[in-house]
Design a protein around this ligand. Sequence first.
Ligand SMILES: [Zn+2]
Length: 401
Amino acid sequence: MYDHRKLGRELDLFDGDPLMGAGLPFWLPDGAAVRMALEDYVRDVERRNGYRHVYSPIMGKRELYEISGHWDHYRDDMYPPISIGEEQVVLRPSLCPHHALIYRSRGRSYRDLPLRLAELGGMYRSELSGVLGGLTRVRAIQLNDAHIFCTADQAVEEARAALELIAAAHAAMGIKPVRHRLSLPGSSGKYVAVPGLWERAGEMLREVLHDVEYEAVEGEAAFYGPKIDIQIADNLGRESTLSTVQIDLYQPARFDLEYTGPDGARHRPVMVHRSIVGSVERAVAHLIEVHGGAFPAWLAPVQVAVLPLGEDEVAFADGVVRRCADLGLRASLSGPEKGSLGARIREARLAPYQLIVGSREVAAGEVSIRLRDGRKLAALPVGEALAKIGEITSRRGTELW
Ligand SMILES: [Zn+2]
């Protein structure tokens, strides 16, 4: 495995500047392309699975986090409030309180449930500069989050479906988690004390994990409830949480969330919190380390490198690059001014597809195809080659051809 910080700089994926601040990396164009492909995938998967996307602000009034419990139980990780006149606003430590308010903004009936609200949104963690670095310890986080508001009877099924989405995403990304962890409360005072809450939510999560091998660990729960964490390990074997599924019986009560049941009475929904790929920063850091920069084709910053043999083929090659752009493929031209063909192939070694254009190919309207793993394929008409590459990348698997 590689160090994502070193490789991220070498491959022009991301960097930082002391003037921007510790733990506040910026994304260079190639890194932004990877991130955007990942975000597009997540939104697409969510849309296909009945999630509705929302947007909510990155800050909220201090009172919002007092109600959610963050102010009492999570304040050490939050930024101090910003005073505006008589009000105090805080950079949000999570998206849950905002989504609870969105749920509460309309009357809800059992017919509306499960209501799956998803957002790729910013959240902020106050960490001392000494522990910050790369994309894994950051102060500004873009989280792939969702909250499913459902009846108590639906919660286990919803959580289980979320676990399946997570497994599919990991397969598409070429990621192998090290274990599933059932994170339970410990003895410290950071957990909310509500009689029966921990037992009930814990039982539901054990039911979700019925067919899954997992390890129960005390002291790793969220302050408001137990959770299932899907753990990955970095190049030094250090574990962290990538994806998570939680069943929350606390915040629905704190926000007094309700729905009208078939009996006409008011009932309390359950909130299932889930993240498929976690924060995009951590997910991309892990992708860099696992693949050493040779991302699955659908995630690669440059998917197609077009290499004309000589000056005479540059115009044709440029046309291939433009056709790629029209098809939504990320392509770049590597012309003869950059050196010998061998040198250019080496330079483009991380691009999953290298299309080589000589005089023979120009005459036939074809390209010769070289895959990243060294395989050489027979020449194909340009349209056919690009259609095939487009089909493979839109399927979002790890295979090259
Ligand atoms: Zn949440």
